[in-house]
Every structure is written in structure tokens, then in C-alpha cells.
Design a protein around this ligand. Structure first.
Ligand code: PEP
Length: 233
């Protein structure tokens, strides 16, 4: 089972340190069989000692250079970061990243052996159209992505379910994960308003290997509760 916390533009350096300390206490006492990933903002990156893996929410596909406002491999290497989220809907729809750029980013971080959390998900307009359109939309978001990459994790995150408190329906998640499973052996996550009250049902869906969690992960107690709920130990 994989559980990942995406802080987005939340938490400071100080509060991230406190979060990781409290998470470490929890992980050391419970020793859950869940793989934990934390994605803090850039300013909170550091050489943390933790059973959780620290990754980044984004980076530019270059070692270094003139890419104002971005960070590259050189900055990630300073903190031994080898895990990245690529294709998150907020980067696609708010920051305007297109599939060509996303595929280029994927290729770069694949060549550098990163664990890649690759996100895909349909908009509400697509969800309300037809099954055919939903799957062709998701297929477009897989263009240029090596689905056989050994360090790939895919997160299905319907855009309309992210940060809205309204998770996708059990049957709809099941159907999309089945579609993805027919294409790849990579672990498959669901993301979109996962919280303590629904995580058990979501991870019980066949082909669901875990969850990528935004809002409900920002509070460390809530995140630890979800780790507890998802663990077999
Ligand atoms: C996300 O942004 O990846 C996400 C799943 O957010 P939330 O849990 O807030 O819906």
C-alpha cells in the first residue's frame, strides 16, 4: 500500500519539520507496512531522516540553467530527492502545462531514475460526456509516457474531485483503474478528496494500490489516522 501527502502550497519550513517529526514518531511506534511519501513545498526541502520518502511536487527538466522560478536536478540532488509528481491537474490546468511538456519532463526524470508519481484525470465536462470520451481523454494524458518504466506510480485523480470534498464513486474509480491496469503493471493510486472517512473503502477497490492525498494530509494527525486505517499491521 502506498500513501502520499501532497502539501501543495501549504506548510512552511518550520511546520514541515514539525510535521515530519510527528510523523516519524508515529511511524516508529506503529511500524506500518505502508510506503509513505511526503511532497512538501520547495522552501521546506531539507535532509530529513524519516521512514517516509520526501519528494517534490514539481521540478524543471534540466540539471540547472535559466528557468526563472523553477528548480532543477542540481537543487534536488542537494537534498537527495529522487521522487517527483508529474502531470498533476493543478499544473495542467492552472499553470498551463501541456502534454508535450509533461512528456518531456517525464522523459528527463525517467532518465535520472526518479520515482515518478504520474497523475491523470478527467474534467467534469468529460466525466459528464460519455465513457468513450473519458477513456480517450485519459489516453491522451498517457501520450509520451513509458508505462513500463519500473519506477512509475500512476495516480488517477479526477479534476472535479480534487479539493472539493466530493470523491469519485466506487464504481467509476474501479472502472478507470481496470482500464489503467490493462495498460501497465505500475502501482495505481486514487486521488481526489480522500479522507479518514472514505479511505478504507477507496483502498478496498480492486487494482487500487493506495492514495495520493491533498487536503486531508495537511494535518499530521489526519494523515497518521489514514496510514493507520490503511495498514494491515
Ligand atoms: C491532490 O491534489 O493530489 C489531491 C488529491 O487533493 P485533495 O485530496 O485535496 O482532493
Amino acid at each position: 500500500m502506498i500513501l502520499a501527502a501532497n502539501f501543495k502550497t501549504n506548510h512552511t519550513r518550520k511546520s514541515t519539520k514539525e510535521y515530519i517529526e510527528r510523523l516519524n514518531n508515529f511511524l516508529n511506534s506503529k511500524n506500518p507496512d505502508t510506503d509513505i511519501f511526503i511532497f512538501p513545498p520547495f522552501t521546506a526541502l531539507d535532509n530529513y531522516k524519516s521512514k517516509a520518502t520526501i519528494g517534490v511536487q514539481n521540478a524543471y527538466p534540466a540539471e540547472k540553467g535559466s528557468f526563472t522560478g523553477e528548480i532543477g536536478l542540481e537543487q534536488l540532488n542537494e537534498f537527495n530527492i529522487k521522487t517527483i509528481i508529474i502531470g498533476h491537474s493543478e499544473r495542467r490546468h492552472i499553470l498551463g502545462e501541456n502534454q508535450e511538456f509533461i512528456a518531456k519532463k517525464f522523459q528527463f526524470f525517467k532518465e535520472n531514475n526518479f520515482t515518478i508519481f504520474y497523475c491523470i484525470g478527467e474534467t467534469i465536462e468529460v466525466r459528464e460526456s460519455s465513457k468513450e470520451l473519458i477513456f480517450s481523454y485519459l489516453d491522451m494524458q498517457l501520450e509520451g509516457i513509458d508505462l513500463d518504466y519500473e519506477n512509475l506510480i500512476i495516480a488517477y485523480e479526477p479534476v472535479w474531485a480534487i479539493g472539493t470534498g466530493k470523491s469519485a464513486k466506487y464504481e467509476d474509480i474501479k472502472e478507470v483503474l481496470e482500464f489503467l491496469r490493462s495498460k501497465t503493471k505500475a502501482p495505481l493510486l486514487y486521488g481526489g478528496s480522500v479522507k479518514p472517512s472514505n479511505i478504507k473503502e477507496i483502498i478496498s477497490i480492486s487494482n487500487c494500490d493506495g492514495a495520493l492525498i491533498g487536503t486531508a494530509s495537511w494535518n499530521v494527525d489526519s494523515f497518521c489516522e489514514m496510514v493507520d486505517l490503511s495498514t494491515k499491521n
